[in-house]
Design a protein around this ligand. Structure first.
Ligand code: UDP
Length: 252
């Protein structure tokens, strides 16, 4: 962010490097229930990002000193595969992945009804298979669907989406070049139905007016993404219902 380069991020027609308008998202696809062994899972393609989320639990929290007597903890591990970025990423946790895991956990603890599962842990694994900016938001969006797919009681779904500023223009959902050479990036975790913000970060600089405009863009986009999340879950439930019907018919 903020690396000043002679790279044109907005052309003379007001369009971005990948041809998008300022308020346009990259294409997003969400699928629920993609892994057999996990209690819940989701796969998200968001532009060139490819992200899997898997959920286990609630199960007894280990080590035991992590247990909370009145509620469950939501443990998140955000991990980038070595082949997910241009220069092979060194495997294992680094400062960035520890930070993203922490903020994702905090965002999810706002929606999971943790008070129902004292001393338990709900474990969320976010695996970034391919990264192209905005992975923390795509990861949060995927994790939220995976939790619902696991049947974990939640107050609502959280959407992750970012907006920011490039070439002095406020834009939605920064791509890789925009993230590298732009002026500001503002990832947000948002619950469209209640209007609650459960994650907000800012990297770079903006005026208050620009920040509010960026947040508005993210909130509008979040409503659309929320629709995609619900649609993915609806398809998943339909599939489960169909499989169960076939099973019943099979024994007759
Ligand atoms: N990135 C990378 N190597 C790394 C970390 C990040 O190439 O070790 C890239 C990756 O494409 C990522 C982008 O930089 O999506 C922006 O990273 P940032 O830390 O802003 O997080 P994100 O936007 O993915 O949430």
């Amino acid at each position: 962010m903020g690396m000043k380069m002679d790279i044109e991020l907005i052309d003379k027609n007001g369009l971005r490097i990948d041809g998008r308008k300022p308020e346009e998202l990259r294409p997003i696809k969400i699928e629920a229930g993609v892994l057999k062994r996990a209690d819940g899972s989701a796969y998200v393609e968001w532009g060139k990002n490819k992200i899997l989320a898997a959920v286990y639990g609630p199960r007894e929290a280990h080590p035991r000193h992590l247990q909370k007597s009145n509620k469950a903890i939501v443990q998140v591990r955000y991990n980038m595969a070595p082949f997910s970025v241009g220069d092979r990423k060194r495997p294992g946790p680094d400062r960035r992945s520890v930070e993203i895991s922490k903020i994702t956990s905090e965002a999810l603890e706002h929606v999971v009804m943790t008070e129902l599962f004292p001393r338990s842990s709900i474990d969320v694994f976010i695996e970034v298979l391919q990264a192209n900016a905005g992975t923390r938001c795509a990861g949060l969006t995927a994790a939220s669907v995976a939790l619902a797919d696991a049947g974990i009681p939640m107050k609502d779904l959280v959407v992750g989406v970012a907006s920011g500023k490039v070439d002095d223009v406020v834009v939605l959902d920064l791509g890789k070049e925009e993230d590298n050479y732009g002026q500001a990036d503002v990832p947000m975790g948002y619950i469209p139905r209640t209007g609650e913000i459960v994650l907000l970060q800012m990297d770079g600089d903006m005026t208050q007016e620009e920040l509010f405009k960026a947040m508005e863009m993210s909130m509008d986009a979040a409503k659309y993404i929320y629709g995609l999340q619900k649609e993915a879950l609806r398809k998943r439930y339909e599939m489960i219902a169909r499989e169960e019907t076939e099973e019943i018919e099979g024994v007759q």
